[in-house]
Design a protein around this ligand. Structure first.
Ligand code: SF4
Ligand code: SF4
Length: 376
């Protein structure tokens, strides 16, 4: 059966320079346009994204990084029923008839994306002319200074840069919500910084009234340290519109956390997680862990900690560390434990054999292949 990825049909990721992509740029380094030059509608339906979508329908995935992309590397992409050339053109033109018999199915019924969005969500989305997941990644403000991410603290609160970002933000929000509608949209805030450390995102979360858009939800992607009871109470209008809360831990103990999450407060994180565990009533909880040389030994303990302490986390997801331009090549090679050339790579393979990692909540993603290779 043909494989399919919905990401180029559903996701819009917007960076601070206005450039737009449809997936993690380390997995898919491909820009579909720029919001400083074109409208959101033009970018989302223009020729570059159409070429990319064709590469999904022709099964080539030729722009995708098959090592870094967890779905491609673990062979877990959904399948799409055989489509005719006419149907392919209809998909590209975003005018697939409502009564089409095309189905998009996940192999894994526990797949987090399938569960987050519901059974027929994917098919609905490839008929949608608008993005259904919009990643607000133009403000990199964060109170932490993780060495993998940045060399200094970034906090944009005033001046020319703030005004430019605020204008971009207003342009996006006005384009998506110029009038009431019932399109399904998840605003992901944020994979570039922290939703509560950023003045732009914080002001939006505290003040925006989502009531004219019944199918608007938010996905909070955060380091968790500022997900305090006080900030939670200030986003009460979103409480029943949470698609997911995704917290990136990257450690199972305080000593490691203070290195990989420089300026982070482990005790505060634990207290906030306990609070969220009691108060998250809609959407999913997702516990993330980006694997590098400094934390890979804690993969099993992290899994056990989440399973034993925080039952609202529905998924425990692991990712490979990337070089976001912060490290030199030598530094990256030192941290990239997932590379077979790393001197401790075989140790990682052993750790991935821990039985706890077979728990149904665990998503090994790109580590799946490494774990499978060590079983041979
Ligand atoms: S890199 Fe992976 S998730 Fe991204 S578009 Fe390609 S197949 Fe989909
Ligand atoms: S918490 Fe996330 S956004 Fe903030 S510095 Fe660390 S990696 Fe970057």
């Amino acid at each position: 059966m043909p494989k399919f990825c919905t990401s180029p049909f559903t996701m819009l990721d917007i960076k601070e320079d206005g450039s737009c992509s449809v997936c993690c740029e380390q997995w898919l380094p491909y820009k579909i346009g720029n919001l400083y030059q074109n409208s959101l509608h033009e970018v989302w339906n223009g020729p570059p994204v159409r070429i990319l979508r064709e590469s999904m329908l022709d099964q080539s995935f030729r722009f995708c990084n098959s090592i870094q992309c967890p779905e491609l590397s673990s062979n877990m992409l959904p399948i799409i029923t055989e489509t005719t050339d006419e149907q392919k053109t209809q998909i590209l033109d975003r005018n697939l008839p409502a009564d089409t018999d095309i189905k998009i199915i996940y192999f894994d019924p526990n797949n987090s994306h399938a569960n987050i969005y519901g059974d027929d969500f994917l098919l609905r989305q490839i008929k949608n002319k608008y993005p259904s997941q919009v990643n607000l990644t133009y403000d990199r403000s964060c109170n932490l200074q993780c060495p993998s991410c940045r060399k200094e603290v970034i906090n944009v609160t005033e001046g020319e840069e703030y005004n430019k970002l605020k204008m971009l933000h207003n342009n996006i929000i006005n384009s998506l919500f110029d009038k009431p509608h019932d399109n399904e949209i998840i605003l992901n805030i944020t994979s570039s910084g922290d939703p509560f450390a950023s003045k732009i995102y914080r002001d939006f979360l505290f003040n925006f009234d989502p009531s004219p858009w019944p199918n608007l939800k938010i996905g909070l992607q955060t380091h968790g340290g500022l997900l305090t009871p006080s900030n939670w109470s200030r986003i009460s209008q979103w409480h029943d519109r949470i698609a997911y809360v995704k917290i990136c831990f990257d450690a199972a103990k305080k000593e490691t956390y203070e290195i990989v999450r420089k300026r982070g407060n482990w005790d505060q994180l634990m207290a906030n997680c306990e609070f969220i565990n009691q108060h998250l009533t809609t959407g999913f909880g997702i516990a993330d862990f980006i694997v590098q040389d400094l934390n890979y030994r804690e993969i099993p303990d992290f899994t056990k900690m989440i399973l034993s302490k925080f039952d609202k986390f529905d998924y425990i997801a692991f990712y490979l560390v990337n070089n976001w331009g912060t490290w030199s090549n030598e530094e990256f090679e030192r941290h990239a434990i997932w590379k077979p050339t790393h001197p401790c790579h075989s140790d990682l393979k052993k750790i991935l054999q821990d039985p706890i990692l077979s728990h149904p909540k665990v998503r090994l993603g790109s580590l799946e292949k490494i774990a499978a290779m060590s079983e041979r």
